[in-house]
Design a protein around this ligand. Sequence first.
Ligand code: SAM
Length: 294
Amino acid sequence: KSIKIANPMRTQAILNQYGLRAKKKFGQNFLTDHNILSGIVGAANVTDQDAVVEIGPGIGGLTEYLAQAADQVLAFEIDRDMVRVLSETLAPYDNVTVENQDVLNVDLQDNLAGHFGLDRHVKVVANLPYYITTPILLALLQAGIAWDQIVVMMQKEVADRLSAKPGTKEYGVLSIILSYYANVETALKVPRTAFNPAPNVDSAVVSLTPRTPDQPVDRPDQLFALIKATFAHRRKSLWNNLLQRFGKEDETKERLRSALDQSQIDPGVRAERLTLNRLTDLYLALMEQGFYQL
Ligand code: SAM
């Protein structure tokens, strides 16, 4: 199979041909390194059985690798100029569809069902626009789509936060929400030289596989809002963050104390020490005390 889009010379030539330059506001850094591109597709174990969703195809460098390996590819690209380029660069591939959309404004569940058929499992493979890595990840995980694997490039610092363990400085709301939905592994570290233009941060490819939480809850949104509140002031105790969130009335304090007692959590602890399971215990106890309703 021959690769016609991404390499250090051709990527630049394609941009020149269309009179385009990489746009910072869309987080455009194009991959030009064959080893990384095939490494990403390999990390996702893409086969000809797979329906693949790509976010931000750009000029189509990664898309071409995906088109050659997968059954079908659906790609969302916000930048009209790129969509114009893609209509030519991807013309040889009849298994690729590009939608000119902001992925954050797409109803993914509807769109994927419409495109691939109801209940078809997908893999998500992307070199993400770094300025919206977190919102995209959260949207993917919370959209309720059936996914087998998510393999995404991001800045290394964010990758470190995704897989951070309690008690470390990288551990936070994002690590905990991720651990509700997924197992996280770093598949590849990627040097700046693999891109045109080179980003000014190091990158990593992260592989997520679906995970069923030990204690699934009916309203994950409420659980996550609680977790955010417990991290509102990272250096403060859990107790202080809870008072800040729920108020300082005597009666409130009483119910908060009962919930902490019941979940056997020390009010003086900092949230950064607590695992998803402990925070879920706290959430369920707070629900029993009437702080949350289904
Ligand atoms: N996939 C290409 C590659 O690896 O060479 C380009 C990756 S580049 C880091 C990110 C891409 O995401 C750009 O093409 C950019 O235009 C696109 N993008 C940025 N924001 C987007 C959004 N909200 N929705 C869809 N695509 C977006």
